[in-house]
Write a protein that binds this ligand. Structure first.
Ligand code: MEV
Length: 446
């Protein structure tokens, strides 16, 4: 066991890891240090985000231009390592830009928190005293809620839920919040922890409570990442014939196949998972670029996808009266103030690129990108297949991996236009090209 590791300086931590887990420690130290940003204060900011930081882990920061949402144009920042995601989002955006763009609306912005506790008394008695308890909770957290209330948010409602039919002695306080432009995790958790203490104190000191009724055990107080009422609807629509033709596929056939593809993702859990993963490719990328918690968004989205007991597609489609309509309701809690949004220099730039939106606008942008992503993926799947689009990027990655020169890469892109890309085929291609006769033959176009 290594104790005191967290107390070591960053250099010492790096050295210890390099010496204990790598064959060439010097090489590792200098490689990881090459990603440091010591020349300005940024490095300290990055280091302080987390613990035991050794270096920075770079990811591509790209953009998908041409998003039109509720009549406004956006160039959307995306941070993602997977090839083709940004290209697909951009192509989905462009496709719908020519057909009137995306519509998005906020259905709700309610966040949720819970205090889980056990109590051996009669639930009806607790309920009978609940208005007194509620008043104490509100009064006792005025200091915490004051600022949020000034911004138009705060506690929306508190309810007491008797869960003893599921688990002995189990009750919870379920609290709804409005957290305006912040995601609100710190605010919600601070209020909930204060609620827990106030609740406990209430039963311990109230004259109408006695004996075992005075014993209330707080199990935990924490926000819920499931926020089905913090919800955005994003949609696109156009006459079926305006969908255009896709190679040999007519717009009617395309609409038919697309509708079936969504239906399959609503019915089949294996397909639903991949389908929703495609949606989250877009959603996560914008969430990361704007400094938001993509894990919270993911878990919420997946729970919502299973809200009727079966995990299903998050997106829906209809073709009624000749109109193709594609839409998605997605619950999403994001912030545009606080946390990483104001600390990470690129998150700040991302928000600036989007025109410094408030949380409501950002929620809509992110869900629209998810829908565009899904449209582009399903469009590829039901027309050309997914590999065609993927292969160019895949080829580039393999060429980079094999340290192909610019000239070799150029030839490879032409050569593999109509061929299957694999590590072996690219290796063979490069071997041929690197033999002199191969270069001559390829240059002649043979
Ligand atoms: C790949 O990251 C995402 C897709 O598999 C999504 C889908 O199948 O809908 C292309």
């Amino acid at each position: 066991m290594k104790s005191g590791f967290s107390k070591l300086s960053k250099r010492k931590k790096l050295r210890w890891v390099a010496e204990n887990f790598f064959k060439k420690p010097e090489e590792v130290v200098s490689e990881l240090m090459s990603f440091w940003h010591e020349e300005d204060k940024t490095q300290k900011v990055f280091d302080d985000f987390s613990e035991n930081t050794l270096s920075n882990y770079y990811m591509p920061f790209g953009v998908a231009p041409n998003f039109v949402i509720n009549g406004q144009s956006y160039c959307v920042p995306m941070v993602i390592e997977e090839s083709s995601v940004v290209a697909a989002a951009s192509s989905g955006a462009k496709f719908w830009m020519k057909r009137g763009g995306f519509k998005a609306e906020i259905i709700g912005t309610k966040k949720v928190g819970q205090v889980h506790f056990t109590w051996r008394g009669d639930g009806n008695k607790l309920q009978a005293f609940f208005s007194e308890i509620e008043a104490a909770l509100i009064e006792g957290t005025k200091d915490l809620t004051h600022n949020m209330e000034r911004r138009g948010g705060g506690i929306l409602s508190i309810s007491l839920i008797d869960m003893t039919h599921l688990e002995a002695d189990y009750f919870q306080l379920k609290v709804d919040f409005e957290t305006c432009d912040s995601m609100g995790a710190n605010f919600i958790n601070s209020v909930l922890e204060a609620f827990a203490k106030i609740l406990q104190q209430f039963v311990q000191t109230h004259p109408e409570f006695s004996g075992s009724e005075r014993e209330l055990t707080i199990i935990m107080a924490i926000l819920s990442n499931y926020t089905p009422e913090c919800l955005v609807r994003a949609e696109v629509s156009c006459p079926v014939e305006d969908l255009g033709e896709f190679g040999e596929i007519s717009s009617e056939d395309f609409a038919y196949k697309f509708e079936k593809a969504i239906r399959i993702a609503q019915l089949d859990v294996h397909r639903a998972t991949t389908h929703n993963k495609g949606i989250l490719n877009g959603i996560d990328a914008v969430a990361i670029a704007t400094g938001n918690d993509f894990r919270a968004i993911e878990s919420c989205g997946h729970t919502y996808a299973a809200r009727d007991g079966q995990y299903r597609s998050l997106s829906n489609v209809s073709t009624e009266n000749g109109i193709f309509r594609f839409w998605m309701d997605f619950p999403i809690a994001v912030g545009t103030v606080g946390g990483l949004t104001t600390l990470h220099p690129l998150a700040k730039r991302s928000l600036e690129m989007l025109g410094n939106p408030g949380a409501r606008e950002l929620m809509q942008i992110i869900v629209v990108v998810g829908l565009a992503q899904n449209f582009a993926a399903v469009r590829s799947l039901v027309t050309t297949g997914i590999q065609q689009g993927h292969m160019k990027m895949h080829l580039t990655n393999i060429l980079n991996h094999m340290q192909a020169t610019e000239k070799e890469a150029k030839h490879a892109l032409v050569y593999f236009k109509d061929k299957v890309v694999s590590f072996t085929s690219v290796r063979e291609f490069l071997d041929t090209m690197r033999s002199k006769s191969g270069t001559v033959a390829l240059e002649k176009g043979e």
